[in-house]
Design a protein around this ligand. Structure first.
Ligand code: HEM
Length: 435
């Protein structure tokens, strides 16, 4: 599409829509949320699911909601979650014996479900319920995309197995959240996101009290956003590393030096996990889980010299921007070194938008970066994952998010180089213990 211009008119079924194809034009749209508000087919559908939560709410309601939730995900606060992430990543390693085939995507979904549910609800969900939440989210996300691109509600009322699965997953997720809220109200206060929401519902603090429905909508929203994208990012990172031995070798060298003998990473290690963070960033560039988003013009306006009517659907795509060779040379190549300190240009930093930009930028951006960096460091420090014989790299299949939905890999245990040992290994010959 960029070959056709910076703003390209397309058809979405019977509707006209405009795709923004240039990073600066995308910033222009995202920095003017009063003209380009949340809306369009994606958000209309998501609104039915998430109610009036932070992701779907319109601009006038946004600021208060964001203020309420921001503190728990503020960059200065996310270091509080490092132990929790490392603990859950260690649990993944324990469940992955050497020589076995392991369900990578499923395990990453379990990890991110457990992490976000502990951040939101402390220990309110036992293991079985957390797994049930994970499965419900998988079914919901699967059903959502088709409902977005085929906006014919009658089709989804038919009693097909897929429709029944979607409805069941939705009602179970709502019920699990209602139970967690009711239990907390009967018990003691906790210092977590639910604690913040219930204090706001009691009217504690300066702002007007929020409703019980808002408490529920916020939790659904954060579960839906906090599980799938980070899990797909991690699964993709393992898949890409297995196909790029030089990048994997550099990652292992860093992990062996920073976390000798598989030491658990803490917040003080984050500044030293430079390659690990580069792998996460490059995975988010190469295979951005959030790939397509919509906005709606709240009034007639002009964009890139084109008049857009009120109600026009405008789309932007991190995937498209990240794969434009004028921003990123050889964009199909996975090259974590692009992000080494001092390497990316100011234009490349602006063109990288896996978490969007402006006031609707991802609430969990720094949290997700810390989560993915620490989970990758913990798991890749102890386990090496290989693609199974016959593995074929496939083009991404469009869904609400992009990523390997059912990745299975072979697991080997790594033994560690002693701290400070010189890194004299060549691509792919790092120390692997096959016992
Ligand atoms: C790798 C992981 C993640 C990616 C790639 C990602 C991506 C994004 C993107 C692109 C948006 C903006 C959507 C738009 O412009 O329409 C967004 C918004 C949002 N994300 Fe994330 N996200 C990730 C993780 C998380 C996590 C862990 C949370 C949970 C705390 C979260 C919560 C949210 C929320 C609440 C919003 C709406 C913010 C607002 O409108 O003020 N995300 N995310």
């Amino acid at each position: 599409m960029p070959a056709h211009g910076d703003l390209v008119e397309i058809r979405l079924g019977p509707q006209r829509a405009w795709m923004v194809c240039h990073p600066e034009l995308t910033h222009e749209v995202l920095m003017d949320p009063h003209t380009f508000d949340k809306g369009g087919p994606l958000y209309d559908r998501l609104g039915k699911l998430m109610g009036d939560g932070l992701v779907t709410c319109r601009q006038p309601a946004h600021r208060n909601k964001r203020r309420l939730l921001q503190p728990g995900f503020h960059p200065s606060y996310v270091a509080h979650y490092t132990d929790l992430v490392a603990e859950e990543a260690e649990a993944v390693c324990r469940a992955w014996p050497a020589g076995r085939t392991v369900p990578v995507t499923e395990a990453m979904m379990t990890l991110t479900t457990r992490v976000i549910s502990r951040v939101l609800l402390s220990d309110a969900l036992d293991d079985t319920t957390a797994n049930e939440v994970r499965d419900c989210l998988t079914d919901i996300v699967r059903g959502l995309f088709v409902r977005t691109v085929v906006p014919i509600d009658a089709l989804f009322r038919l009693p097909t197995p897929a429709n029944r699965r979607y409805r069941h997953a939705l009602s179970r997720l709502h019920a699990i959240i209602d139970t967690a809220i009711a239990q907390r109200r009967r018990g003691a206060d906790r210092d977590d996101v639910l604690g913040t929401l219930l204090a706001a519902a009691r009217g504690d603090g300066a702002a007007a009290a929020i409703t019980d429905q808002e408490v529920h909508d916020h939790l659904i929203t954060l579960l839906l956003t906090g599980v799938e994208a980070p899990a797909l990012c991690l699964a993709d990172a393992f898949s890409l590393l297995a196909r790029h031995p030089e990048a994997e070798r550099r990652l292992h060298a860093e992990l062996d030096a920073v976390l000798p003998r598989g030491r658990r990473p803490g917040p003080e290690d984050l500044p030293h996990l430079v390659h690990t963070r580069c792998v996460v960033l490059e995975t988010l560039r190469h295979s951005s889980p959030g790939w397509l988003f919509t906005r709606v013009a709240t009034r007639e306006t002009e964009l890139a010299g084109c008049r857009l009517p009120e109600g026009a659907t405008v789309l932007y795509s991190p995937y498209l921007l990240h794969h434009d060779s004028s921003s990123f040379p050889d964009p199909g190549r996975f090259d974590p070194d692009r992000w080494l300190p001092g390497k990316p240009t100011a234009e490349q930093r602006r063109a990288l938008m896996p978490f969007s930009a402006g006031n609707r930028k991802c609430l969990g951006d720094e949290f997700a970066m810390v989560e993915a960096t620490l989970a990758l460091a913990t798991i890749a420090g102890r386990r090496r994952l290989r693609h199974l014989p016959g593995y074929v790299e496939r083009a991404p299949r469009p869904a609400i998010t992009l990523g390997p939905r059912s990745l299975v890999m072979a697991c080997e245990t790594r033994s560690h180089m002693p701290s400070g040992a010189p890194d004299s290994r060549t691509a792919g010959d790092h120390v692997v213990d096959h016992t």
